[in-house]
Design a protein around this ligand. Structure first.
Ligand code: 13P
Length: 252
C-alpha cells in the first residue's frame, strides 16, 4: 500500500486563537489517517498546536530552523528548541526562503543534517521557476538541488527525509501542475534518489507535490503512483479543506 503524508504549510498566517480554533475543527473530523497528517506552523503557534493535537496522532512542526544548536544568531530558532516542543517535522529549503531569505543548497544541507541528527523529519522542498521550465531545464535544475541538498548524508538518514516537489510557478498562483507533470517530476526525483543511494531508498521515499493543491484537485494528484501526498499552503488554512484532502488520500 502506498504511504501518504498530507502536510499543511501555514506560512506566515494565524494568531494563537485562530490556530486553536483550527485544531478543534480538525480534531472534530476524526480523520482515519490522522497520523498521516501534519501542520507546519509559525514558531509562535507550535507549542499550542502540540498540546491541542496530543493523543490525536496529528503531527506538527516548523517551517524553518537554524543549523547551529545555539549561539549568537539573533532571531533564529535551533533544532534543540524545536525538539523541546516535541515537533516531528520541519520544512527545509522552501522556495520562499530560497528566494526571499537567501537560503542556499549549502544551508539547506546543513539544516537537513542537524534535523536528522535530532530525529526530526525534514520536509525538503525543491522545484523550478517558470523560466527554467519554459527553457526545458527543470529536470537538470531539480536533480542539481537534490544532489547538493543530500551531499554527505548517508543512506540510513536519507531514507528518513520527505521531499516536496513544489514548482514555483504553481505556488499560490492557483495554477496547479497537471497530475502528469507532477507525477513525471516526482518519479524523476525518485530516480535521482535511487541513483545516489539505491532502489530501496528511492522506492520507499515519501515524495509530495505542492502548489495550489486543494480538495477539488487532490485526488487526481494523489492517485499518481509516485506522489505520496501534498504540501499544502492556502488550502491548509481551513480545517475543512485540509481534512478533505486527507480524506481523499485515505480513500485511495
Ligand atoms: P499553495 O498551496 O498556497 O500554492 O502553497 C504551496 C506551498 O508553497 C506549500 O509549501
Amino acid at each position: 500500500m502506498k504511504k501518504f503524508l498530507i502536510a499543511g504549510n501555514w506560512k506566515m498566517n494565524k494568531t494563537s486563537a485562530e490556530a486553536a480554533e483550527f485544531a478543534e475543527a480538525l480534531k472534530a473530523k476524526e480523520l482515519p489517517n490522522a497520523k498521516d497528517v501534519c501542520v507546519l506552523a509559525p514558531f509562535t503557534l507550535i507549542g499550542g498546536l502540540g498540546k491541542a493535537f496530543e493523543g490525536t496522532g496529528i503531527g506538527f512542526g516548523a517551517q524553518n530552523v537554524h543549523f547551529e544548536p545555539s549561539g549568537a544568531f539573533t532571531g533564529e530558532i535551533s533544532v534543540p528548541m524545536l525538539k523541546d516542543l516535541g515537533v516531528g517535522y520541519c520544512i527545509v529549503g522552501h522556495s520562499e526562503r530560497r528566494e526571499y531569505f537567501a537560503e542556499t543548497d549549502k544551508t539547506v544541507n546543513l539544516k537537513l543534517k542537524a534535523l536528522l541528527q535530532a530525529g526530526i523529519t525534514p520536509i525538503l522542498c525543491v522545484g523550478e521557476s517558470l523560466e527554467i521550465r519554459e527553457q526545458g531545464g527543470e529536470q537538470t535544475f531539480v536533480a542539481g538541488q537534490v544532489i547538493a541538498d543530500f551531499d554527505g548524508i548517508g543512506t540510513e538518514d536519507a531514507a528518513k527525509v520527505v521531499i516536496a516537489y513544489e514548482p514555483i510557478w504553481a505556488i499560490g498562483t492557483g495554477k496547479t501542475a497537471t497530475p502528469d507533470q507532477a507525477e513525471e517530476m516526482c518519479a524523476f526525483i525518485r530516480g535521482v534518489i535511487s541513483g545516489i543511494y539505491d532502489d530501496a531508498t528511492g522506492d520507499s521515499m515519501l515524495i509530495l507535490y505542492g502548489g495550489s493543491m486543494k480538495p477539488s484537485n487532490a485526488k487526481e494528484l494523489l492517485e499518481k503512483p509516485d506522489i505520496n501526498g501534498g504540501l499544502i499552503g492556502g488550502a491548509s488554512l481551513k480545517a475543512d479543506d485540509l481534512a478533505a484532502i486527507a480524506e481523499a488520500a485515505a480513500s485511495l
